[in-house]
Write a protein that binds this ligand. Sequence first.
Ligand SMILES: [Mg+2]
Length: 438
Amino acid sequence: MKGFSDRSFPKAILHFDGDSFFASVEQAMNYKLRGKPIVTGAERGAATALSIEAKRLGLNRGMSMKDIRAKCPEVIVVSSDYTSYSVYARRMYAIVRRYTSLVEEYSIDECFADITGLRPMYGMRYEEIALMIKSDLERSLGITFGVGLGPSKVVAKIGSKFRKPGGFTPIPAKEVQNFLKDIPVGNLWGVGFAQALKLQNLGIVTALDFAQKDEAWLRAHHIAKPYREIWYELRGGSARELATEHRGSTDIGSIIKTRTFSPPSPQRAFVLAQLSKNIERACFKARKHGVKTGAVGVMLKTQDFLYRNAEVPLPVPTNDPAYVLKHVQKHFDRMFVPNILYRATGISLRSIVGEKAATLDLFGETLKVEENSKLLDAVDGLNKRYGKETIGLALSLKAVSHHEPDRQRQNSRRTSFVPLPIEQRKKTIDLPFLGMAH
Ligand SMILES: [Mg+2]
């Protein structure tokens, strides 16, 4: 690859943009959707994202689901799953942060990274560092990214859009203007409709027209500061810093599973089994996303809509349901009040971290938890093959048959499977379960 001199990138800013992000996440999570035309947004009746295959059929985001279905009946329409998209976004930020601490979490499918001055550390040129991060993202997430390298955010963003999908475009400071003649000024990042109209009235149609004006012209036409900054960056400078603070972890990245049951139940074993089922589902999702949780929230809801909540910190991050359940159970004993009717339980996995980010602790608890992960992989494989929840925690099976007589309470203390009705037994493989401590 042709190298650029130091003056090419007085600052080296990267912009990463996930291709067809929501649709790509759906395809990354479900191999059956790969290579197929996918549209997300079923719940709102309009397309939110289209897979590359759907775009190739001539579909676009402005179309209603009705029109999409009429035009291309073969399209697969799925509901949005923002929890999963958020998890993928967090994984994207975390991967880029392995290479530089200066990362701006710009949106659910985009981020900026500042790699200025990192060439000696990696022994690579900026283009090579960019490609290294790009391929790590694509390998780890199973999604392609458009990537731009430039001397500023505005230019990096032009680069990531330049070759879609999956392209990489480095734009050195001196060459910025070569990229601007086909970009309408209103398509520049940060130029809204009103400002685009104003600039057009001043005879500026393309980004290049704008870049070629001089400072006197900007002053004479009272161009406001944000647009002066864009102008400055189009000329190879850098006016905008990255906003590198982490976004709050509460708004994105928690995995929540709740379930209401009917009729409401006063039975301890049954309510705990319901909770256990939710823990399994949440942990299954965490494993699917390659993340772990360092703390969980537990919720019980009574017939009278009273809520009892507990926050349960975990000694080490995990996605093992048996481990989570072991810690949740102590709190459950305190939360559960006998002789009232419960109608729902819920679990939320908080402080989510990437699987690899979970560090070893001093007392080897991590290793103990890791031992189970091979078995969990096998469980996930079987469940995938024979249907969801073929294998589960013995305790959760209580949740399958509702309102057992109280004498069965004893059973909940056992680690073996509770007998199931025939039609469910068919699908159940009799593996002794995962070393639950009771
Ligand atoms: Mg995108």
